[in-house]
Design a protein around this ligand. Sequence first.
Ligand code: PGA
Length: 247
Amino acid sequence: MRERLVVGNWKMNPPNIADAVELARAVAARPHGGVVVGVAPPTIALAAVADALRGRDIAVYAQDVHWEERGAFTSQIAASMLRGLATGTIVGHSEVRRDQCDDDARVAKKLARVAESGLRPLLCVGESAAEHGAGDATAVVARQIELDLAGASRRGLERLVVAYEPIWAIGTGNPATADHASAAARAVRAALKRAGLDADIVPVLYGGSVSARSVAEFAKADGIDGALVGGASLDPDEFAAIVRAFG
Ligand code: PGA
């Protein structure tokens, strides 16, 4: 049986570190029904959230890292700087691809660094609205997997998690259908196999407007093992309901 995993991607929320700590405590206080839970706070709150969750069964993820380890990279953080603060990091989120011009070559360099660092990589892939409209979703995610994994050592990817996040579904209130997510998960696993990974043990999460209302169909969708949750992860009760749906 594959691990069932739900991660809250807080993005550029909540408004300050104190509120991030409060949210972390609220997440930790709710029952999770045996599901593995993670939170990805903004960088500035990582240390405080890591402290608040120490000894609790909740993984802390960064939202992004740089591919270099040191040097003149203003505003960036290195994978090694996360030691003691995070056990994993998101790589290739579509908002980072969009706002920081991360293409697959840059995502590949980041993923390679994360794999080498011992952090757990949570790689995001997903098609745009135009690609979706053209019926290209599975081809797009297969290509992203191929390009994004190009430089990473296979040993460093043993704990890889992939989040399938169709860009058109993120933050819109309109999630994909479970069938669409399952088809994408199949394409992801086929591409992972071609890349030499044991795809059957890689958790594939669905992300894009997952809510307490929409989660049930993803929880039973073939090949989907959890969720990457944005907006709804800021409400600890709703997040806990989403987590438990995968239990
Ligand atoms: P959303 O975001 O749940 O707010 O759609 C998901 C994500 O971007 O990870």
